[in-house]
Design a protein around this ligand. Structure first.
Ligand SMILES: C[S@@+](CC[C@H](N)C(=O)[O-])C[C@H]1O[C@@H](n2cnc3c(N)ncnc32)[C@H](O)[C@@H]1O
Length: 407
């Protein structure tokens, strides 16, 4: 393909991503897979170039561009070499016209930017759309840093998290021996910090991972607490089924999947009322902390959806509270940076609720914030609502999490 033809292909791919964002259709990753499957004539270099260009456009503009061409034209305004490829050649895009629509503005939709906590300066905002590295969690019973370094000399290890390793984004790991042996799993360091927060002074015997999904945190919990019985519940049959091969590969047979009926979760959870030593609520959320991986999701969020998801989070905290035994703990987490989903949920559900106390374990990662999203320091009279991780400060996806104890 000519460089100009690659630009036209990127325009077509961005058009597909925009269409899906407007209609709540398939994810950008799925669309890209289908797009390239239907264009077998593209070589691997072409595919990489087209994907990179399309993703550059998706990352660059916070407000939904009018169409793919407007998005790429917006990039071309800032990149003279790209502008030259709008040359009207056979498979390339038509020359840019003076009055055609061109995407502009910042990287974050204005209405979401207004909701970000006060600590978000320009550098923090820009980092939300950076490219993410490939984070791994390794199982020390099956491998160690030296063995991993022998395969990937560029691998880094975290000082704050005991089993966390990092490779450059897009490093293929699926065919590697540690992967085949179940010795590594892909997991953002932020998710690993949440799992670390689940560990209290005593090892819990009964753990309920209320929103277990495909089991990312369930498996990490099970690796740290091999003796614990872990109930992995979720309302999505597909996600729970996706956990099965991962659970088998890691050899975790103390995990019990439990499919819940949406809005009638209690029917299946009632037998555990007041029994759990630990309940993890890794709640459904806006995903505003994961734009590095799914930048198009910021075009899908609306004030209505945000309000609905926040109401669901509050409801899930209440369900979780009924499951925790006296003296047990609840960990609440969201991959969101918005106070309505994080610290305000913690304040309403856990700080202001009799019989519950927030206890934020010391960690070398993240920052403690109050209910209003402001950073807390030692002189603060009010207790912190929880811990915030950000791509800029912590090199992780954005997360809020907190741990509360039931008296
Ligand atoms: C952030 S994801 C969980 C990710 C998962 N814990 C992990 O580490 O991979 C949120 C999950 O909540 C589930 N969910 C949504 N509503 C729920 C409900 N009412 N009860 C239980 N799970 C629910 C979704 O299906 C989704 O899998």
């Amino acid at each position: 393909m000519t460089p100009a033809a690659r630009v036209q292909a990127a325009i077509d791919l961005v058009d597909a991503i925009l269409g899906a964002a407007r209609g709540q259709g398939a994810s950008a990753d799925t669309l890209a897979r289908n797009f390239f499957r239907e264009r077998r004539y593209m070589g691997s270099g072409d595919r990489r170039a087209v994907r990179d260009l399309a993703w550059r456009a998706v990352r660059r503009f916070g407000e939904l561009p009018q169409n793919g061409r407007a998005a790429l034209a917006g990039l071309a305004r800032e990149d003279a070499a790209l502008a030259e490829l709008f040359d009207g050649s056979t498979y390339g895009p038509a020359a840019l016209a003076e009055n055609e629509p061109v995407a502009s503005g910042g990287v974050i939709p204005a209405w979401i930017e207004a909701l970000l906590p006060p600590l978000f300066d320009e550098a923090e905002k820009a980092a939300l759309l950076d490219r993410a590295p490939l984070d791994l969690r390794y199982d020390p019973a099956r491998t160690d840093p030296d063995a991993l370094r022998a395969i990937w000399p560029e691998i880094e290890f975290s000082d704050a998290l005991p089993r966390a390793a990092r490779l450059p984004g897009n490093t293929p790991v699926d065919d590697s021996a540690p992967w085949q042996a179940g010795a590594i799993d892909v997991q953002d360091w932020g998710s690993q910090a949440i799992v670390q927060t689940c560990l209290g002074e005593q090892a819990p015997a009964l753990v309920i991972d209320l929103c277990a999904g495909a089991g990312g945190k369930t498996l990490a919990l099970s690796a740290l607490l091999p003796e614990a019985r872990i109930i992995a519940s979720d309302t999505s049959r597909d996600r729970l089924q996706a956990m099965e091969p991962r659970r088998k590969r890691a050899g975790r047979d103390r995990i019990e999947p439990l499919l819940l009926d949406p809005k009638r979760e209690w029917e299946r959870l009632a037998p555990f009322e007041g029994q759990a030593d630990l309940v993890l609520v890794d709640a459904p959320c806006s995903g505003s902390g994961t734009w590095r991986r799914n930048p198009e999701t910021r075009w899908r969020l609306t004030p209505d959806r945000l309000a609905r998801v926040a109401a669901e989070q509050a409801r899930l905290i209440e369900i979780a509270q009924r499951l925790v035994r006296p003296g047990g703990a609840l960990v609440y987490a969201v991959c969101s940076l918005l106070p309505d989903e994080g610290p305000r949920q913690a304040e309403r559900g856990l700080c202001d609720r009799e019989g519950w106390t927030i206890v934020n374990p010391d960690m070398q990662i993240g920052r403690l914030i109050g209910a209003d999203g402001r950073l807390c320091d030692a002189s603060d009279p009010a207790p912190a609502a929880g811990r915030l991780l950000t791509p800029r400060h912590d090199g992780t996806d954005g997360f809020f999490f907190t741990r509360a104890r039931r008296s």
